[in-house]
Write a protein that binds this ligand. Structure first.
Ligand code: AMP
Ligand code: MG
Length: 321
């Protein structure tokens, strides 16, 4: 069975194709802001201009499609609407079933699929989201999450303040490698939740006070990633899990992965992360979750295919292993 998935919740516009065993194809046409951060309407405009040619290009490379999957949320409303419209049209045109999927769950399930992690605690870190997730019975539950902005947005915001281009995460990572001196920043973990916006403000102040970009980036990463590692570890301890899965765009950061690996080693736990092309937002993860759901009896009728900008992972009934 072959599933085609469309992703476009924010900056990434991507179409992927998978079968039960592997990712067959991913084609991307991302929105890259000329300056500043992601503007929802500009991103949607970009998606609406590019989605047609992108789908055409992908269809010319596959023999058949059995299911059309799309990310139904969470994400930016204007972007989601473009993707949902394209998916409906494609499903009608091909006469194939439609499956709307939860974007966060897609990150998680593609991670499990490609790493072999069975019942992990998942640290999902991306632009807009930062959550510690684990499955209990037929639902995934969020055990800890950001109280304000996602870690990716925090990195992007700090980078922009220091004159670096979007996306800032990878640039902060490069700068941090050359950082020498650690400057203290607010370490905000409240119970199982965390917060980044105060840290961004404090880091911006360090930069204004003349601290080098390298040291600001280094101090920011060390503090923020320690917070994420602490909550992930606590979730593993509470839930008695010995697997940690790292997913989402910020998961590409090697310092974050390194800190989590050390933590896992100390607890005798296994650390997993999927290949880089499946880390950030991509169409293949949507295609994979659509396939998994369809095989387990899910199908989205047209009248239920409206977008869900605040779609939570807990809302999805999970009937697969
Ligand atoms: P996503 O929303 O999952 O596609 O992730 C996008 C976010 O990942 C953006 O905020 C990027 O700045 C961030 N990102 C990508 N690569 C890295 C990296 N190497 N280190 C830190 N953040 C990164
Ligand atoms: Mg994402």
């Amino acid at each position: 069975m072959i599933s085609l998935g469309i992703e476009g919740t924010a900056w990434s516009l991507s179409v992927g194709v998978v079968d039960e065993d592997e990712v067959l194809l991913i084609e991307n046409d991302p929105y890259i802001p000329k300056e500043g951060g992601i503007h929802p309407r500009e991103a949607a405009q970009h998606h609406s201009e590019r989605i047609g040619p992108l789908i055409k290009s992908v269809l010319s490379k596959v023999d058949k499609v059995d299911v059309v999957s799309f990310s139904q949320g969470p994400g930016m409303g204007p972007c989601l609407r473009i993707v949902a419209t394209a998916a409906r049209v494609l499903s009608l045109k091909l006469g194939k079933p439609l499956v709307g999927v939860n974007h966060c769950l897609a990150h998680l399930e593609v991670g499990r699929w490609k790493t072999g992690a069975k019942n992990p605690v998942t640290l999902y870190v991306s632009g807009g989201n930062s959550q510690v997730i684990a499955r209990r019975g037929k639902r995934y539950r969020v055990f800890g999450e950001t109280l304000d902005i996602g870690i990716g947005n925090a990195l992007d915001k700090l980078a922009r303040y220091m004159g670096l281009k979007h996306p800032g995460g990878p640039r902060i990572e490069e700068l941090a490698k050359r950082g020498k001196k650690y400057h203290e920043l607010p370490y905000v973990v409240k119970g199982m939740d965390f917060s980044f916006s105060g840290m961004v403000t404090a880091a911006q102040k360090l930069y204004d006070d003349g601290v080098s970009k390298e040291d600001v980036a280094f101090s920011f990463q060390e503090t923020a990633f320690a917070m994420l590692a602490e909550v992930s570890e606590r979730a593993m301890a509470y839930l008695d899990r010995d697997e940690l899965l790292l997913v989402g765009g910020v998961g590409a950061n090697s310092r974050l992965a390194e800190m989590l690996k050390v933590m896992c080693k100390e607890r005798n736990a296994k650390f997993y992360s999927p290949p880089k092309e499946l880390m950030g937002d991509n169409g293949a993860m949507i295609a994979y979750l659509g396939l998994l759901m369809f095989k387990h009896g899910y199908e989205t009728r047209l009248e239920n295919s409206t977008v869900k900008p605040d779609f939570r992972i807990e809302e999805v009934d999970v009937s697969w292993d």
